[in-house]
Design a protein around this ligand. Sequence first.
Ligand code: ACO
Length: 319
Amino acid sequence: MVTGVGAYLPPDIVTNDDLARIVDTSDAWIYERTGIRSHRQAPSDQPVSELAAAAAREALAAAGRTAADVDLIIVATTTPDNTFPATATIVQRKLEAPVGIAFDVQAVCSGFVYALAVADGFVSRGQSRCALVIGAEVMTRLMDWTDRGTCVLFGDGAGAVVLEPGPDTGSTDDRGILGFSLRADGTKQDLLYVDGGPSTTGTIGKLRMQGNQVFRHAVVNISEAVVAASSAAGVALPEIDWFIPHQANQRILDGVAKRLGIDPCRVISTVAEHANTSAASIPLAMAQGVTDGRIREGDLLLLEAMGGGLTWGAVVLRL
Ligand code: ACO
């Protein structure tokens, strides 16, 4: 079960007006098309492991745990400190956590949903008693600052949860991950990718996206995964207390909620202030809902995401 949630946002705020000084765009266009008003940008000398470690410390404190308890660290990121080692091992060193299991999951914006499902396997098999699952990104490092179709959409940040074994009576009242569904379709890679890498160009590359095509796939794909995850969990959608989607675009959030008949009051949205922080967006939104008192222990949460790959998926969990 999730026993603690934490977040870290770099302090520097970049507004749409700031972006309009770099590319031919406007606050009105960006807000109307995406719901974004601003995003955070980490300074260029701040590695993603630092954001991840800060969010992890907050999650551990919320769980009443210390780094000494941690036996598994999974970092979902598409912007690692280095090609290797895994950012999770760097976070382990920074937290001074003991020898344990640490690795990264790369599923771009779906990374946190994938990482939760992976961590659940370790926890439910007794391989981990205190797992840190972190989504952390510095997406601004992947931007082509001459491409107005992408550079206005992404931000930096990190969110983390602590997962521990919970009661397992087989009931949907149990706290913890009740069900999930994960998907990937590699034939749609050209819709959203980074045009570099260690074994191709030898460079980091820049994010490339056919935004309108990604948008077209998003609502249908996500809705199907949500229905599958709810069915695996044995819950009906009207039972969901809080819908916590990947924060790519307010229009996608609204479209999925409408298609699934989810009350807009039950949707946690941070897209206006965070923009798209890829794998960090769901735990950041979760942390926001917990901090402002909307999300409480025992609530039934529905998480979903779609990202490059294409990958997508959904998780149903009781907090
Ligand atoms: N400011 C002003 N005009 C712009 C901007 C901008 N920032 N960006 C694009 N435009 C222009 C285009 O040049 C185009 O102009 P043209 O008609 O003269 O050629 C026009 O706006 C329409 O472009 P579209 O790309 O069709 O615009 P659309 O309405 O689809 O909105 C957007 C673009 C916001 C990117 C939208 O498609 C979207 O949000 N897509 C989904 C993104 C997403 O969910 N990604 C998934 C996760 S990301 C990940 O996994 C890393």
